[in-house]
Design a protein around this ligand. Structure first.
Ligand code: GLN
Length: 309
């Protein structure tokens, strides 16, 4: 079923743009600095396959932190809940996503949750396979299945750009290696993590993954269980408590849906049993979330009473 351009959604984007101040594209990963801050696109996919969209939906972007939800789901499928949560905790932090402070002050040193960089690196460490190419292929296969798109791959250019500049993430890895959270070579883990963050798609793919989570892991077309309902439930809970970095509390109050953002300016939302939403708007607010994207979700939540709470 082709995705229909929707004029009401278009109006709401214009309103969200008017009501947000500029924002800046992420530049600490040099390849992301090339994004056009004026770009914006959104797609919404319902369980029956109905798709509506607005903006330039052909624009591709990298998942960045949204990949953390997907590797968490895969690591849970591969290793089980008990083992995964022996390496990473359940609790939100009030700190930026790349902060190291809690690794030092918490005893035992274990990242607080899988949605911050330290926690995501600990989770990616658990992805099975004999080599980095094997493991990224394992992740891609899973992502393609959730998106229903076997063409999805990662951007070599964005992965290389992050790998060349990612010294904070390296520091997190060395810290965790010292404390026994991870035991592989740091460069190998960084190579895999930066490739995972560079997985590229458009907002239709993202909305489709969102709707799979909305449906507790079911494929909207075939009804096939693509991941266990319990894994989908765990991921959605983390999206609510930690998905929007250290703005997750405010987002839960103002929007109230499971969502995950990335510094590319993408946001994936999963309105339980209703629809999946994929947003791309690379102009970010100070916390690192798409500023127009957040405003659009606030408007949609209010207008259509989407909040779970
Ligand atoms: N690849 C990015 C990083 O590790 C992802 C961060 C994000 O999207 N918040 O810094």
């Amino acid at each position: 079923m082709p995705c229909q351009t929707n004029s009401e959604l278009n109006e709401l984007i214009l309103q969200a743009k008017r009501e947000t101040e500029g924002g800046r594209v992420a530049d600490y990963i040099p390849a992301l600095a090339k994004a056009n801050p004026a770009d914006f696109s959104v797609a919404i996919i319902h369980p029956d396959g109905l798709c509506i969209s607005a903006g330039d939906i052909d624009k591709k972007f990298t998942l960045q932190s949204i990949s953390k939800v997907l590797t968490l789901a895969l690591a849970l499928c591969d290793n089980g809940e008990k083992y995964v949560f022996s390496k990473v905790g359940y609790e939100p932090t009030g700190d930026p996503f790349n902060s190291i402070i809690k690794l030092e002050t918490n005893n035992p040193s274990k990242p607080l949750n899988p949605m911050i960089n330290a926690g995501a690196l600990a989770v990616t460490h658990l992805i099975k396979g004999d080599s980095v190419p094997d493991r990224i292929e394992h992740i891609l296969k899973f992502v393609r299945k959730l998106a229903g798109n076997d063409k999805i791959t990662y951007s070599k250019q964005v992965a290389e750009s992050e790998l060349a500049t990612s010294n904070l993430n390296r520091a997190l890895c060395y810290f965790m290696k010292q404390h026994g959270v991870i035991n592989e070579e740091v460069e190998e883990l960084m190579d895999l993590y930066t490739k995972q963050c560079a997985i590229e798609m458009d907002c239709l793919d993202l909305a489709r993954i969102g709707v799979v989570f909305s449906l507790d892991g079911k494929d909207p077309q075939s009804g096939e269980q693509l991941l266990p309902a319990e894994v989908a439930r765990l991921c959605k809970t983390f999206m609510v408590t930690c998905g929007m970095y250290n703005a997750s509390g405010e987002f839960a109050i103002r929007v109230g849906i499971p969502a995950k953002s990335g510094v590319s300016g993408a946001i994936m939302g999963s309105v339980p049993n209703q629809f999946g939403i994929g947003i791309y708007g690379p102009a970010l607010n100070d916390i690192g979330n798409s500023s127009t994207g957040i405003r659009l979700l606030e408007i949609l939540s209010e207008k259509y009473s989407l909040s779970m709470f």
